[in-house]
Design a protein around this ligand. Structure first.
Ligand code: XUL
Ligand code: CO
Length: 441
């Protein structure tokens, strides 16, 4: 097999003093942090669509990058060249997971039967490539948002034929995921939302989305899929309002329809910020509900109101992300770089540089989050902040769900006006975090 990324060597750990652009400064896969190897804490994945597909096209301009990898665009030869490029890319970076949509793998044909035949051929090709490597699929999904037929959504479409077509794509994408040993299956509700309530029966649409998900669970389990299903919340874009607005909304939906045993959440940084939350907020909501499953690792631009899918370089956010992940006991999924290089970064070298940045950012985040946990000042402060519940009888009864309003009222009369509840000491805690991040400056 001819080498595709000819001038790019395998990327190695050289340490923080290195100035080589294509070397890891912090990601050291075998380094043990809190009893586990970095590579186990950080199961990184490559997103097929961005890395092997996105070539810089935007609403105002054409592609800037060449991602044909020597083949004619839109052919099965191109689909296979993408596999070759993807495997060489992952192996040079030491990444052993990937995520895909059905139509990232093969060009969509005129009929679903022909598309499925192409998927069979291509997944055979991937399986053969996997042999002798440790590369596996993190999760699969189906693209139910690009084709014009999905203009009104998939499960939420007003057209029953579109619903059935979506079901057919999910069925096949599940089969491909199982075939490739995927750990998870994602539902990002691309166009599951609305533009105006004047033409929308929201209750009807949400019930249909749930019905489609139930069908997916039942079919997936019947073909031996034992992994997690994920909802990836996002508030808007492309639709004005999307039903899976944020983690809290998606959890409410899953519980309402009895899907919470089979589903967890795939939290994407840029989606959380579009919802007006921090990345950490949506991670915490998911973790507190036992539903933090996987992460789409990217970052947005606070000055822009859309999903920019940038490679993460913000170490504060990455640290707070890993802090949540460590405290929740780790992910059943992984860290998928749902991220693309900026349009003017169009070279092969930029593709690698982007992953070096993202992997080093999360490695730094892991190192610093572990230091925060070991340091203990923040955790101790939070615990002490609620101590009045632990040290009083009424506090313990409230926590046990055994107190009554009358009992609380009697305490209020007896104690008189409460003292102020103690300083939140936000500035102190932020200084602790800075000291942990930059203490050795
Ligand atoms: C879109 C997005 C998707 C999902 C998979 O914003 O994040 O790429 O991750 O469909
Ligand atoms: Co995503």
């Amino acid at each position: 097999m001819a080498e595709i990324f000819q001038n790019i060597p395998a990327i190695r750990y050289e340490g923080p003093a290195s100035k080589a652009p294509l070397a890891f400064k912090y990601y050291h896969p075998d380094r043990v942090i809190l009893g586990k190897k970095m590579s186990e804490h950080l199961p990184f994945a490559m997103a097929w669509w961005h890395n092997l597909g996105a070539a810089g096209k935007d609403m105002f301009g054409d592609a800037t990058a060449d991602k044909t990898f020597g083949a004619k665009a839109g052919t099965m030869a191109h689909a296979k060249a993408k596999v070759d490029a993807g495997f060489e890319f992952m192996q040079k970076l030491g990444i052993n997971l990937f995520c895909f949509h059905d139509v990232d793998l093969v060009p969509e044909a005129d009929t679903i039967d022909e598309t499925n035949a192409r998927l069979d051929e291509l997944t055979d090709y991937i399986l053969a490539k996997m042999k002798g490597t440790d590369i596996k699929c993190l999760w699969g999904t189906s693209n139910l948002f690009s084709n014009a037929r999905f203009m009104n959504g998939a499960g939420s479409s007003n057209s029953v034929d579109v619903f059935c077509h979506a079901a057919a794509q999910i069925k096949k994408a599940l089969e491909c995921t199982v075939k490739l040993g995927g750990r998870g299956y994602v539902f990002w509700g691309g166009r599951e939302g609305y533009e105006t309530l004047l033409n929308t029966d929201m209750k009807f649409e949400q019930e249909n989305i749930a019905a489609l998900m139930k069908m997916a669970v039942s079919y997936g389990r019947s073909i031996g899929f034992t992994g997690d299903f994920f909802i990836e919340p996002k508030p808007k874009e492309p639709m004005k309002h999307q039903y899976d607005y944020d983690a809290a909304t998606a959890i409410g939906f899953l519980r309402q329809f009895g899907l919470d045993k089979d589903f967890k959440l795939n939290i994407e940084a840029n989606h959380a910020t579009l919802a007006g939350h921090t990345f950490q907020h949506d991670l915490r909501v998911a973790a507190d509900n036992g539903m933090l499953g996987s992460i789409d690792a990217n970052q947005g631009d606070m000055l822009l109101g859309w999903d920019t899918d940038e490679f993460p370089f913000n170490v504060y956010d990455a640290t707070l992300c890993l802090y949540e992940v460590l405290k929740s006991g780790g992910l059943s999924g992984g860290f998928n770089f749902d991220a693309k290089t900026r349009r003017p970064s169009y070279t092969y070298e930029d593709m690698f540089q982007a992953f070096v940045l993202g992997m080093d950012t999360f490695a730094l985040g892991l190192i610093k989050a572990a230091e925060m946990v070991e340091d203990g000042r923040i955790d101790t402060f939070v615990k002490d902040r609620y101590a009045s519940y632990a040290v009083t009888d009424i506090g313990q009864k409230i926590r046990a769900g055994e107190a009554t309003l009358a009992e609380c009222a009697a305490i209020a009369s007896k104690h008189g006006a409460p003292e102020l509840p103690g300083s939140g000491r936000q500035e102190y805690l932020e200084a602790v975090m800075n000291q942990i991040l930059f203490g050795k400056a």
